[in-house]
Design a binder for this molecule. Structure first.
Ligand SMILES: Cc1cc2nc3c(=O)[nH]c(=O)nc-3n(C[C@H](O)[C@H](O)[C@H](O)COP(=O)(O)O)c2cc1C
Length: 234
């Protein structure tokens, strides 16, 4: 298929719930994963991991974890997209390493990653620091604009935000290649964590069913909320 223009890609991306059995070529998948890796992320910490579920045994279990939804059952390919709150130190160090390899670092850059990032991500013993940091941020915000120094639940939201952007980029990249997807949040998160051997601080953001749509893949015409409900000016 020739390359589609961006708006055509956006308009033709639909949630597909019934797929043809045709496999997704490895090079297509790789290009789409590489597109997703370029998604923006909070502090560029890229808190995501795409797990391609290949083995038939794992796939059977994953389908059940996705509550045997039709997209999971019919898609030739299933991925789990994991959000990691546990990789910030490793990824922060990688960013510092790359910066350093490019020459002298700017003082502000270094301070951001060495001081501010740990302050945001550290939760202290039993996570006690989290609520304190959040309360202090709220208090300071009464007097001057203050960033949220984050409780654990704020951190979760932050990591999921970035991961969802990677998911959107991945789905649009697939569409640009003539492939379809179904993002699924209807799954058992505890069994998913067990299947994927997730460490503490990691959880599944979405499962993604991937393939080419069948004739009955799109269940209804797109429904859009009125523009004025979703866009406003202040
Ligand atoms: C976070 C998220 C979770 C979703 N979970 C499911 C799901 O579990 N099963 C499903 O069939 N569709 C799921 N969807 C697809 C939505 O129902 C779909 O995006 C919406 O109806 C709009 O349709 P469209 O994507 O074709 O425009 C999910 C979408 C998002 C963004």
């Amino acid at each position: 298929m020739p390359e589609m223009a961006f708006h055509e890609v956006v308009a033709s991306r639909r949630t597909v719930r019934d797929f043809l059995p045709d496999p997704v070529p490895l090079e297509v998948l790789d290009r789409c994963l590489d597109a997703a890796r370029r998604a923006p992320s909070s502090s560029n910490l890229q808190p995501w991991e795409f797990v391609v579920i290949r083995t038939p045994g794992a796939r059977r279990v994953a389908n059940a974890i996705c509550l045997d939804q039709l997209p999971a059952k019919t898609a030739p390919l299933l991925l789990a997209l994991v959000t990691h709150r546990d990789t910030w130190r490793r990824n922060r160090d990688e960013i510092l390493r790359v910066f350093q390899s490019r020459g002298p670092m700017r003082k502000r850059q270094e301070a951001y990653y060495r001081k501010l990032i740990p302050m945001i991500y550290r939760m202290g013993p039993f996570g006690l620091l989290g609520p304190l940091k959040r309360a202090a941020s709220r208090l300071l915000s009464l007097f001057r604009p203050t960033p949220n120094f984050m409780s654990r639940s704020d951190l979760r939201v932050m990591a999921h935000k970035s991961t969802a952007l990677a998911a959107a980029t991945f789905m649009l990249a697939l569409r640009a290649e003539g492939y379809d997807s179904c993002p699924m949040e209807g799954f058992d998160p505890w069994r998913a964590a067990k299947l994927l051997h997730l460490p503490r601080g990691a959880e599944v953001n979405l499962f993604l069913a991937v393939g080419k749509r069948s004739e009955k893949g799109v269940w209804w015409d797109r429904i859009l909320m009125p523009r004025e409900w979703t866009v406003r000016e202040l």
